[in-house]
Each structure stands twice: as structure tokens, then as C-alpha cells.
Design a protein around this ligand. Structure first.
Ligand code: ZN
Length: 205
């Protein structure tokens, strides 16, 4: 069983399905618990090859059973006198949200697209040490788009300054492009912890 601090466990990713079991987005475990507790979502849990649905109360009961014999990739939130298992997939009950047609451009998705590595030096960094670099600087009309933004470490970003990669004599590891699928979902699927997501997401190449 993983005994990580609560803050870290609560920032685990949870896949959100709509009522029709279509993946709509990814949220933190913290938000997922709030939705479960308020009955706006239920847990979809994979066990022995089958999916089953649990509301908050039955999920608490199941957690108690599981805590006696935890599986290797399970995560837990430890409260004063009980433990609750972190769900991997939840399903919305309250409203029908269609999967987002276009991928939202934001830091989380961009960093996932670039696999949390600087696109100039290739180094891997925690998110608080990464920044979004405009390949063609904004001062030259560079836009904030998938095609013009890359993940960069602070050092490379400072070195590049307001110049183009060519002017700064820096080479991009990979030309930036818009991902064909949600990069956060794609990245998590490689982790055995998120094995149950595979049933709800398109297969990666
Ligand atoms: Zn770098």
C-alpha cells in the first residue's frame, strides 16, 4: 500500500465519464471526492475484469474491505479513524456533458504533451520548474497556440529570451503541434495505476 501524504494522493488523476460512459475529462481526486460526497457522481470500479458502480456509502464499505488486502497500485486517503480508496474512474449522474470536441489549450495539457520535458535541453522537470515558451516570441507576433508554444525549463527560457530559436542558436527537440488526443489521458494510460481508464479511451498507437 502506498503511504504518501494526503495532498499528493488527492492530486491523483481521476477520469470522468458522462452518463453514457464516455470519457469527458480528467480531474483531481480531491474534486472527485467532493462530487462523490455530493452525489453528483458515482465510482466506476474495475475488479476481476468487471466494472461495478458505487455511490459514496458503498464505496466507503468497499474501501474498508479492500484495505484489509490492498492491491499494489491502490492509493488511499487516511482519515482519523478510516481509510478510503482513491477512485480511478467516476461517472457523472447529474447532467449530460458531451466530450469536449476540441482539446483545451492550457498548461496541464501542454506539459503533458511535451512529457514534462524541456523541448530545448531535453531535461525532465517538475511542473513548477517548467514554463511555456513562445517559439516565435510574442513581440514578433507569435501566437499562443499548440503550434507556437513549447515546454521549456527556466534556464533555457532565460537563455532564449525574446529571440527565435535560430537567433538564440537553440534547437527544438520536436516541432510543436496540436495533439490528436488528450495528452494527459494518453500519458496516464501508460501507468498501471490507471489501467481501468483503457476501457473508456481510444487506444493509443
Ligand atoms: Zn531546458
Amino acid at each position: 500500500m502506498q503511504r504518501t501524504e494526503p495532498a499528493r494522493v488527492l492530486s491523483n488523476s481521476v477520469l470522468v465519464l458522462n452518463r453514457f460512459y464516455m470519457a469527458v475529462h480528467v480531474i483531481s481526486a480531491r474534486r472527485a471526492f467532493i462530487m462523490l460526497y455530493s452525489d453528483t457522481a458515482e465510482v466506476i470500479h474495475l475488479e476481476e475484469g468487471h466494472f461495478a458502480n458505487y455511490d459514496f456509502a458503498t464505496w466507503c464499505e468497499l474501501s474498508e474491505l479492500h484495505s484489509e488486502e490492498p492491491a499494489p497500485h491502490d492509493d488511499w486517503v487516511q482519515a482519523v479513524n478510516f481509510r478510503i480508496q482513491v477512485p480511478r474512474v467516476i461517472r457523472l449522474l447529474a447532467f449530460d456533458r458531451a466530450p469536449r470536441q476540441s482539446l483545451r489549450f492550457n498548461r496541464r495539457n501542454l506539459f503533458a504533451r511535451d512529457n514534462y520535458s524541456c523541448q530545448y535541453c531535453g531535461g525532465s522537470f517538475p511542473t513548477n520548474q517548467l514554463s511555456m515558451d513562445h517559439v516565435l516570441p510574442r513581440s514578433r507576433g507569435g501566437e499562443t497556440t499548440w503550434e507556437n508554444i513549447v515546454c521549456s525549463c527556466v534556464k533555457c527560457n532565460t537563455k532564449k529570451g525574446g529571440r527565435t530559436p535560430k537567433e538564440a542558436r537553440m534547437r527544438l527537440i520536436r516541432p510543436p503541434s496540436k495533439p490528436s488526443q488528450n495528452p494527459l489521458m494518453a500519458l496516464k494510460m501508460e501507468n498501471p495505476k490507471y489501467e481501468s481508464w483503457q476501457a473508456f479511451l481510444p487506444k493509443t498507437g
